[in-house]
Design a protein around this ligand. Structure first.
Ligand code: KG4
Ligand code: ZN
Length: 360
């Protein structure tokens, strides 16, 4: 192994402006700093991410995020060996802002730069949090994404399936909205579900009757809306118990779909060293527990990285950039921002584009 690499990571593809400094020595990465500026308060009133507002906020906050990451690390930019920046997929305005900043820093200081696929950042996270070895299966499950990836190498991914419409995080957020709970909906729905009766409502398990690992969550959202309206029509409103029962019924359906599709994706992944999960929805206790049980029943290692590295962050971009750099890839001033950039270019395109940007 060569000398340790000091890497600056930059992420701005969705609604988080992030910068991180990693010191990477072989397989071991020390996250020196990882700064994330969220935009929840900016988009709150609109019920989804507004691309133009997101882009402006990234432009305002990117410099600050990088400065803060360097200051807290007590490092000067000149100490940075590599700049890794998200070059897609995502909302074009934000991605462009990050790529332009990286190009400026790289050109003015003569520091090598590398464009990173945001999904590769998520997919390679278990490598720096848990030193996971290739190949492994990853379930990426967030507000914008839902897919199974066989991670074969730093830039070698096979997509085994994914959502054909909404991501589960979107369905959690919509459920919370329909029931008058706080945003982001995932934690609120999980908390309500803990008080609910799982037997009362039975929601559909979409696409379980279809072979393969593709998933669908938009019908589940509609089923929840109908059940809610049914209760309101009967009783004139929703009690706290009705809300909790609806939440647990919804969550149980998501858990069942993810477990059954994971079982199929694992069966289609011979030779893997383990199973990992990433993305904001991976914070959900019942989902983590069910995937842990599934892995145990198959005698497979299961990795769920710490939440700060499951949700969007720049440490994962720094790591993924370093892996690609060590494999010999470099970017130059022709680096383009790509709103769509599937990790597995050979897999058929997934339908749809979530509220947070393109799915793949
Ligand atoms: O990965 P992330 O921070 O952002 C992107 O989507 O890129 O994921 C955010 C999503 C939101 O939809 C949020 O509701 C969901 O993750 N989430 C959860 C939980 N915590 C966050 N979903 C279910 N249960 C949770 N505990
Ligand atoms: Zn993400």
């Amino acid at each position: 192994m060569g000398k340790p690499l000091t890497v600056l990571g930059i992420e701005s593809s969705c609604d988080d402006t992030a910068a991180a400094i990693l010191c990477i020595d072989g397989d071991i990465a020390e996250v020196i700093t990882s700064e994330v500026f969220g935009q929840e308060s900016i988009h709150e009133a609109y019920g989804g991410v507004v691309p133009e507002l997101a882009a402006r906020a990234h432009t305002e906050k990117l410099d600050l995020a990088v400065k803060q990451a360097l200051n807290k690390a007590e490092l000067d930019l000149k100490a940075v060996d590599l700049i890794a920046v998200t070059a897609g997929p995502g909302l074009i305005g934000g991605v462009l802002a990050g790529v332009m900043l990286a190009k400026g820093l790289s050109a003015s200081l003569g520091i090598p730069m590398i464009g990173v696929n945001h999904l590769a950042g998520h997919a390679l996270t278990p490598r720096f949090t848990d030193q996971m070895r290739f190949p492994y299966l990853l379930l990426l499950v967030s507000g914008g994404h839902c897919q199974f990836l066989r991670v074969n190498g730093p830039e070698d991914f096979t997509r085994l399936g994914g959502t054909i419409d909404d991501a589960p995080g979107e369905a959690f957020d919509k459920t919370a909205k329909l029931l008058g709970l706080a945003q982001p909906g995932g934690p609120a729905v999980e908390a309500e579900a803990a008080k609910g009766d799982a037997q009362r409502f039975s929601f559909p398990r979409p696409l379980l009757d279809r072979a393969g690992c593709d998933m669908s969550f938009s019908g589940l959202k509609t089923a929840l809306l109908r059940a809610r309206d049914g209760v309101i029509a009967d009783k004139g409103g929703l009690t706290a118990q009705d809300r909790a029962d609806l939440c647990v019924g919804f969550q149980a359906a998501v858990v069942d779909v993810l477990v059954e599709k994971s079982r199929r994706a694992l069966a289609a992944s011979p030779g893997i060293t383990g199973f990992a999960v990433a993305g904001g929805v991976a914070a959900n206790g019942p989902i983590r527990d069910a995937l842990t049980d599934l892995s145990q029943s198959l005698d497979l290692t299961f990795v769920a990285p710490p939440l700060a590295y499951c949700t969007d962050n720049a440490a994962m971009i720094a790591w993924a950039g370093a892996e690609a750099y060590r494999a010999g890839r470099r970017s130059d001033m022709t680096l383009k921002a790509r709103p769509r950039w599937p990790l597995d270019e050979t897999a058929p395109a997934l339908l749809g584009s979530g509220k947070k940007g393109a799915k793949a």
